[in-house]
Design a protein around this ligand. Structure first.
Ligand code: NDP
Length: 441
């Protein structure tokens, strides 16, 4: 094994068992969501009628095949995915460098989330004013093909994960044109087990030319599709009922704010664990391309079903809006504080010197808990679920799932920092004992 890419000894997610369970069950959960967010299914109360869900499923292979390989849906999805990839390559943006890699190099990224978002919004507005009574066939298409699109996104993420796995074995051409050099693999994805490495991601930053597949998937096709799915629900409610409820407006507004914040501040992604440490495999491909759009849009899809309309009134509307702002403030300012600190600003804040040469903040947000930014993110999640009222626990899936994701992430990060900072990390944990929620966890 090369020095650059040591063998990965530890398998995360409980190894093969856990990663197989995720690979099988998470796609199934997405399909169940779709079948439950359906006018022919009543989702009030605690019980979920499995028979009613199963009755909606195709009964033979041919029907399954038609659902999974609907030609129009595939064409639309491929145009969406590769159209965004091409736009990302040609739209103007800033050139930034990522963190230093194990071979001492730094990758260059074109950060053009702003021009990308403007292009999408301008296109949408132009279409909306071109058609009669805001009747957009594109949004109706998304609403009417939710199950087919969900399955397409799932299959596509399987295929993309296979592609990047195989591609990770293709050596890189040397920039000086002489021969090839070894690719940098993820420290977590080089176990030698084909399934596990495919799942967790073998190569750290798969790229075709300057197209960075990981950063692209993280912020573009899935996040922007989530925005369009939400809009398609507003569209559906408006054209079916003739009005749009305040709960639907609120969910759309809050989620659009969050997702555009991610797309517009994509430079922040360059220092996230996903970019610096995780490889790009099935877990991220599926998470970015299928899970984010089809599970994060659950609240809008639920509210779009006739009979599930909820009117919040000004009091609850404002209270939920405030909750999002509090969450957002914690989330953004904590992330910003860490990033500023790492960039040499905020030297007046208390920190501990570590043997690696970099310092750990023990002041400001980072003196309150080890991941106060996760708490802010979780509060934002609550503000998305509360507009759906208390008719079903299903729409609260996000906060439960997200809590487990954040706790798992905190545990992974703890292990990472323990091995990176050793005794200094122990000292940090003594000074900042709470992991996410002060005085609770
Ligand atoms: P953090 O932003 O908490 O980053 C953790 C890293 O920061 C550590 O590995 C360490 O890296 C460094 N660090 C930790 N503590 C300190 C300190 N006290 N002083 C200086 N550096 C420190 O985690 P993530 O990258 O997981 O999350 C980033 C954001 O993304 C969060 O706000 C999170 O909520 C959000 N997120 C959202 C998701 C979603 O699906 N909506 C999914 C995942 C994350 P180093 O080695 O550089 O020192």
């Amino acid at each position: 094994m090369s020095k650059l890419n040591p063998r990965t000894k530890h398998k995360e997610f409980n190894g093969i068992v856990g990663s197989s369970a995720i690979t099988i069950f998470l796609p199934l959960i997405l399909e169940i969501f779709q079948l439950v967010c359906n006018p022919s299914y009543s989702t009030k109360g605690l019980s979920i009628d499995i028979h009613a869900i199963l009755n909606q499923l195709p009964s033979n292979f041919e029907q399954w095949y038609d659902l999974a390989f609907d030609q129009t849906v595939w064409k639309v999805y491929l145009i969406w995915f590769f159209g965004l990839a091409i736009l990302g390559q040609i739209l103007p943006g800033k050139q930034l460098e990522g963190t230093e890699l194990r071979d001492g190099t730094k990758l260059k990224y074109t950060i053009n989330g702003i021009s990308m978002s403007i292009a999408l919004v301008v296109l949408l507005l132009a279409r909306a004013f071109q058609v009669k009574d805001f009747q957009l066939p594109e949004l109706q298409f998304i609403y009417d093909h939710q199950l087919q699109l969900t399955i397409t996104c799932i299959i596509f993420s399987f295929v993309l994960a296979i592609f990047v796995y195989v591609y990770s074995f293709v050596p890189l051409a040397n920039p000086n044109g002489l021969g090839t050099k070894e690719k940098i693999l993820s420290v977590n994805g080089n176990t030698g087990n084909v399934f596990y490495d495919w799942f967790i991601g073998r190569e750290l930053n798969p790229r075709i030319g300057t197209w960075d597949i990981k950063l692209f998937c993280e912020l573009r096709p899935g996040m922007l599709l989530w925005f369009l799915i939400n809009l398609s629900c507003v569209h559906q409610q408006y054209h079916l009922k003739g009005y749009v409820t305040d709960s639907m407006i609120l969910v759309n507004l809050l989620q659009a704010l969050y997702l555009f914040d991610g797309v517009l501040n994509e430079a922040g992604c360059l220092s996230m664990i996903d970019t610096t440490t995780d490889g790009f495999g099935f877990m991220l491909a599926f998470g970015d391309l299928a899970w984010v759009p089809w599970s994060y849009s659950l609240q809008s899809r639920y509210l779009a079903i006739p009979g599930n309309e909820i009117t919040l009134g000004w009091f609850y509307f404002t209270a939920i809006l405030l909750l999002q702002f509090v969450g957002f403030y914690i989330f953004r300012s904590a992330n910003q504080q860490k990033s500023d600190f790492k960039n040499g600003k905020l030297n007046h804040l208390k920190s501990i010197k570590t043997q690696t040469g970099s310092n750990l903040l023990v002041d400001g947000w980072w003196g309150i808990s080890q991941h106060i930014n996760y708490l802010g993110d979780w509060l934002i999640g609550w503000s998305w679920c509360l507009p759906t009222g208390f008719q079903t626990p299903l729409t609260y899936f996000y906060v439960v799932y997200f809590a487990s994701l954040l706790i798992h992430r905190q545990i992974r990060d703890d292990l990472k920092c323990q091995s990176k900072y050793g005794k200094d990390w122990e000292k940090y944990k003594q000074l900042v004992p709470y992991k996410i929620i002060p005085y609770i966890y």
